[in-house]
Design a binder for this molecule. Sequence first.
Ligand code: NIG
Ligand code: FE
Length: 413
Amino acid sequence: MGNIFIKNIKGLLQAGENLPDVVKGSDCNELRVVENAFLALENGSEVVAYGPMTEWEGIDDWRDLEVIDAEGCYVMPAFCDSHTHTVFAKTREEEFVDRIRGLSYEEIALKGGGILNSAQKLGSESETDLYNAAKKRIEKMIAHGTGAVEIKSGYGLSAENELKILRVVKQLKRNMPISIKSTFLGAHAFPIEYQKDHEGYISLLIDEMLPIIEEEELADYIDVFCERNYFSVDEMTRILEAGKKYGLIPKVHVNQFSTMGGVKASIDLDALSVDHLEELNEEDIKALKKGSTIATFLPGCSHFLGIPFGDARRLINENIPFALASDFNPGSSPCFNLLQIWSLACVKMKLTPKEAFNALTINGAAAMGLSKTHGKIKLGASSPIILTHEIPSFEYIPYSYGENTIQRVFTKK
Ligand code: NIG
Ligand code: FE
């Protein structure tokens, strides 16, 4: 079972054997397209052949072959959501309403809302409840085109609860049909009892949590929320350095509200990605130009909090690679739908549909260490693939915001 032949595809996008692992500069607007194409998959999503219909030679020995006529439809690599906080207890609509009434995200956080609010709610949830809720969210993500997802801890803020989240992510990795990467974000906020004892909490993160995370293989990456009222650049540096000793690669929250030097500090520590970047100064640009770190913009957060959208055009002009991700979380971006993110990136960040698509696929894969297998369609790779409904053009997808133009997502079984 699971052998699929898709024929008469209107446009097969980003299928090729030598597509780049990262795109930047004017290449961001390049997309390989095969018109009137076919694609053959084995075991759900393993690519065994593709090309123009005129070159189709047939496969003799397939049993249980499902044939799909994709006339009028597009086929493309699924999105890679390189930044999410998918494991959380409860949504936070009350803060949404507070913001509509005029409070800012920072003001809400200072009065006990925000991350601390989520941490309090998560404390009383069981691992099973958290797992079941996250599983449902991931199923919805897949239905909207997500083919790989990074998930952070960060709503625990105690050894017990941070580890609980990471164990849930480990289960999800095992059971879900898409690739999942796990990030330890114990340094998301200082819990109330450590507000005046930063050293105490940092030592809890480094001396208590990291050894267990390594022993149980609970994380791939380490993250810190480097921001005023959260973690300073020095605190972040110490935590990332400790994480690296335990084999975790830095992948960080920086420059959401202010520029503090966190971009350069994390690039100096070979961060895989620096995320948010609603604010960017010349020093940050200089640091990004030197390293191979992927800048990651989160337009869902900019939209939902009413803060600036990142200057992606500047990065294109500077030849700096960037990804787009959802930042899916209950506080600043309750949107897991990357079709919406694609649309926002076009409308608000003035990216072309192709530029935004590359940032959601090839560069999204790079920002979560999946370049070899994800973000493009290539022989032998088992990477999730999107089949759209019948649509007039590729650009129609982000144009028709709010519509789920996806008919099906092929994933490994
Ligand atoms: O990426 N900024 C830090 N963390 C999340 C928001 C967390 C929350 O509000 O619950 C973010 O935006
Ligand atoms: Fe985030």
